[in-house]
Design a protein around this ligand. Structure first.
Ligand SMILES: Cc1cc2nc3c(=O)[nH]c(=O)nc-3n(C[C@H](O)[C@H](O)[C@H](O)COP(=O)(O)OP(=O)(O)OC[C@H]3O[C@@H](n4cnc5c(N)ncnc54)[C@H](O)[C@@H]3O)c2cc1C
Length: 497
C-alpha cells in the first residue's frame, strides 16, 4: 500500500521509541511540534507518489515482485530507474529542502548488491532474507533511518583498537536465533520519525575486527535503543519562511544490547563484503545527494530571481547580476549533469541491479560539497544586506513602525513591500540562519567527507587508458597487458580485477 503523508504520520503512532530532545523525553512523535517539520519533509515523498505531476518518478515497479512501490524503496534495474530516482529526489527536495527518505533507497540498493556477493562467496543465505525484508518494507511503505556513521572515537585508530568499544556498533553475542548488537551510531537523519533502522558498517574493517562488520534491520522501538535527537527545522519562528514548515532532525542512536533475529541480519562478520557494502551504498547515496542539492539549487535560483526583481533590478540591464545567476545555474546543473551521466553510464551488478557510475557520482557529490558555499555567496550577492538586517517579523504588526518601515523598505513599485520582505526572509532562512549552516555541513560531510570522494574518483578513474593513449601517440612501445602495473589503490592490475 502506498501511504499518503497523513497515513505516514498516523503510522508513527504504532511505535514507542525512547527519544530525548533538548533534555526532555518525547512520547508522542506524531504530534511533537519539535519534529513536525521533519515529519512534513518525509511526508512529501509519500504525497508525491500520488501526485499526477510526480507519480511517474516517485513510483516504480519492483522487478522481484511485480508490485508498484515508492521510488525511495525501489531496486534499480536499468539506467532509466536511476534517472527517475534522480528526478524524484530533486523534486522532493525542491519542495522540502531535504526529504530524507532517499537514504533508504541507497541503503536497500547497496544491501541488494552486497548480500548477493556475500552469498556467492560464502554460501550464506543473506540475499534471500534481504529480499523478504525488502518486500515487507515495500508493502508497508516504511521509512528507514540509515544508521551507518559510527561515533568512531579516535579517528587514527581502527574499531578494535578503540578504548571504548561502544564507539562502533558491533556484535556482542551470537545466538542460535540471532545476534545481540551494541554501540553508537552518531548521525542518523530523521531518526525519531523513522519506522526502522538499517544498521550498516561505515568503513572497511580488517578481519580481526569482524564483529564490527554487521548489517541488520531493527524497529526504532526495539528494546535497548535510545535516540537522542535535535529538533527538526525552526518550528514556530515567524521569520523561518521555509524551515518552520520543513526541516530535518538528526539523532545519535545508542544500541544497548539490542537483539536482532536472524531474518533481519544481512551481514555478520564478513569484513570484505562489509567494505563492499560501504562503497556501494556511498555510490548510490552520493548520486542521491546530487539530486537533493539540485533541488536546493532550484530554491536559491527562484528566490534569487524574485529578490532581484523586487529590488527593482533587471537582469538584462545589469550584467553582473545576470552573471551571478548564471554562475548559480551553472553550479547546480553541472553537478546535476554528473548525476545524469552516472545514470547513463551505470554499472550492471551480478545481483541483477544497476549502480550509478562511481566516477560521475563521486565527482557530482564532490562538486556540490564544496560549491554549496558559492551557492550561498551568490544568493547573498544578488539579494543585498536586507537578508540579515531586516527587523524581525514582529515589526510587521507593530502600529508604531509598520507603516513607516513598509514605506521605506519597498523596492519595485508594483511589487508589494511584504512580498519583498518575504523573499528576503526566505533567503535568510536558507542561507544565513542555523538551517543554512546545516545545509552547508550536510552538503560537505553527508555521504562522506570530500576526501572519501577523492579517493573513489582516483580509485575508479581509468588513468591507464590515458597513459596508453599518450604512449600510442608518441609511438612508444607499450608493455604487454600482463606486465602492466598500476599505482591506483584497490587495483591489482590494469584490468582492475
Ligand atoms: C546533516 C547530516 C546528516 C547525516 N545523515 C546521516 C545518516 O542518516 N546516516 C549516517 O550513517 N550518517 C549520516 N551523516 C554522517 C556523514 O556520513 C558523516 O558526517 C561523514 O561520513 C563524516 O564523518 P564524521 O562526521 O564522523 O566526520 P569525521 O570522520 O570526524 O571527519 C572529519 C574530518 O577528518 C577527516 N578524517 C577522518 N578520519 C580520518 C583519518 N583516519 N585520517 C585522516 N583524516 C580523517 C575527514 O576527511 C574529515 O575531513 C550525516 C551527516 C550530516 C552532516
Amino acid at each position: 500500500m502506498l501511504m499518503t503523508a497523513e497515513d505516514y504520520r498516523e503510522s508513527l503512532r504504532r511505535y514507542t521509541p525512547r527519544i530525548f530532545i533538548n533534555g526532555s523525553q518525547v512520547t508522542n512523535v506524531a504530534d511533537e511540534p519539535l519534529l513536525a517539520p521533519g515529519i512534513a519533509g518525509v511526508g512529501v515523498t509519500y504525497d508525491f507518489a500520488h501526485h499526477p505531476d510526480h507519480v511517474h518518478s516517485l513510483t516504480a515497479i519492483e522487478a522481484s515482485s511485480g508490485k508498484t512501490v515508492n521510488r525511495m524503496l525501489h531496486i534499480n534495474r536499468e539506467s532509466k530507474d536511476l534517472l527517475s530516482k534522480l528526478e524524484a529526489v530533486r523534486a522532493v527536495c525542491a519542495e522540502s529542502g531535504c526529504a530524507q527518505r532517499y537514504l533508504a533507497h541507497d541503503a536497500l540498493n547497496g544491501l541488494y548488491q552486497a548480500t548477493k556477493r556475500t552469498d556467492d562467496r560464502h554460501g550464506t543465505d543473506y540475499h534471500q532474507r534481504f529480499i523478504h525484508y525488502l518486500h515487507r518494507v515495500q508493502d508497508e511503505d516504511l521509512s528507514l533511518g540509515i544508521a551507518m556513521t559510527d561515533a568512531k572515537g579516535d579517528r587514527s585508530k581502527r574499531a578494535g583498537e578503540q578504548a571504548k568499544r561502544d564507539v562502533y556498533v558491533h556484535i556482542k553475542e551470537r545466538r542460535p536465533d540471532g545476534i545481540i548488537i551494541r554501540g553508537t551510531k552518531a548521525i542518523v537523519t530523521g531518526a525519531p520519525y523513522m519506522h526502522e533502522f538499517l544498521v550498516m558498517p561505515c568503513r572497511t574493517h580488517p578481519a580481526e575486527d569482524a564483529d564490527f562488520a554487521v548489517a541488520c534491520a531493527v524497529p526504532v522501538d526495539a528494546p535497548g535503543i535510545t535516540i537522542i535527537a535535535r529538533p527538526a527545522g525552526r518550528r514556530g519562528e515567524a521569520s523561518a519562511k521555509f524551515s518552520a514548515k520543513y526541516g530535518q532532525s538528526t539523532g545519535v542512536v545508542q544500541f544497548d544490547n539490542v537483539f536482532v533475529p536472524h531474518e533481519q541480519v544481512f551481514l555478520a562478520g564478513e569484513t570484505e563484503e562489509g567494505g563492499f557494502l560501504t562503497t556501494t551504498y556511498a555510490t548510490h547515496h552520493r548520486q542521491s545527494c546530487i539530486g537533493a542539492r539540485a533541488g536546493f539549487g532550484d530554491l536559491l535560483i527562484g528566490a534569487g530571481a524574485l529578490m532581484t526583481r523586487a529590488n527593482g533590478l533587471d537582469f538584462e540591464k545589469h550584467g553582473h547580476l545576470r552573471d551571478a545567476m548564471v554562475e548559480l545555474i551553472t553550479i547546480t546543473e553541472s553537478f546535476y549533469a554528473c548525476g545524469v551521466a552516472s545514470s547513463v553510464y551505470c554499472e550492471q551488478d551480478p545481483a541483477g541491479s544497476v549502480m550509478p557510475h562511481p566516477v560521475y557520482s563521486n565527482i557530482g557529490k564532490l562538486l556540490l560539497a564544496t560549491k554549496i558555499y558559492d551557492m550561498h555567496r551568490i544568493a547573498h550577492l544578488v539579494s543585498g544586506g536586507l537578508i540579515v538586517a531586516l527587523p524581525g517579523p514582529d515589526e510587521d504588526h507593530n502600529p508604531e513602525t509598520q507603516a513607516s518601515l513598509s514605506a521605506v523598505l519597498s523596492g519595485r513599485p508594483d511589487i508589494p513591500t511584504e512580498q519583498r520582505l518575504e523573499v528576503a526572509r526566505f533567503i535568510e532562512d536558507l542561507t544565513v540562519s542555523s538551517q543554512a549552516g546545516w545545509y552547508s555541513v550536510m552538503s560537505l560531510h553527508g555521504g562522506g567527507s570530500p576526501e572519501a570522494m577523492k579517493r573513489e574518483i582516483w580509485r575508479n578513474y581509468p588513468v591507464s587508458e590515458k597513459t596508453d593513449l599518450v604512449e600510442r601517440l608518441l609511438d612508444r612501445d607499450i608493455l604487454d597487458e600482463g606486465q602492466k602495473v598500476t599505482d591506483q589503490p584497490g587495483k591489482c592490475c590494469e584490468k582492475g580485477c
